[in-house]
Design a protein. Structure first.
Length: 176
């Protein structure tokens, strides 16, 4: 099992990610990461089929696009954690979430399929994180031009999901 110790320090991630980290007040980020697929499944289950392509305002993402974006971010943050946790110091580029959504064909993909993809991605990320020793959790690398630790990436992954779950509830009116 994982040997991660505590929350990341502010110096372990770029200020841009502070909001995501703040969404996870718990010390045990692995428990949060394990619980989120079920939480997302309950939320997705509360979306009627005819509301999957709903956006709360013009120019905003649809419910399907939000779920697709959650999967994209999981893939990117998990890849960063994997690389840095394995000692790879190659700087990793940022990603353009709007470009990814525009080219993701999410509105042509049922919400359940997007959820299943996220569950698979999260499962793989949990397996990789669970094998880390203390040094692996403390490992750092450069992503988007800024230093980030593996530990911080785990909190960012969990906080990113919580951020979008809150938006889906508050702005899209999903109550699952």
């Amino acid at each position: 099992m994982t040997t991660m110790a505590g929350r990341p320090a502010d110096t372990e991630y770029a200020p841009y990610y502070a909001g995501y980290v703040a969404h996870v007040p718990e010390e045990d980020v692995m428990a949060v990461l394990r619980a989120q697929p079920g939480e997302l499944a309950a939320l997705a289950g509360a979306v009627p089929g005819d509301r999957e392509r709903h956006a709360y305002a013009p120019g905003k993402w649809t419910v399907r696009e939000v779920m697709g974006h959650i999967g994209d971010a999981e893939r990117v943050f998990g890849y960063r954690a994997f690389r840095f946790g394995r000692g790879d110091q190659t700087p990793l580029a940022s990603f353009d979430e709007n470009l990814f959504v525009a080219n993701g064909r999410f509105d042509a993909t049922p919400l359940q399929v997007l959820l299943d993809e996220f569950v698979d991605l999260r499962s793989a990320n949990l397996a990789a994180l669970a094998r880390l020793d203390a040094a692996g959790w403390r490992a750092t690398g450069t992503a988007s031009g800024a230093l980030v630790s593996v530990r911080a990436l785990a909190f960012i992954m969990a906080g990113h999901v919580r951020h979008h779950v809150r938006i889906l509830r508050e702005r899209y009116g999903i109550s699952g």
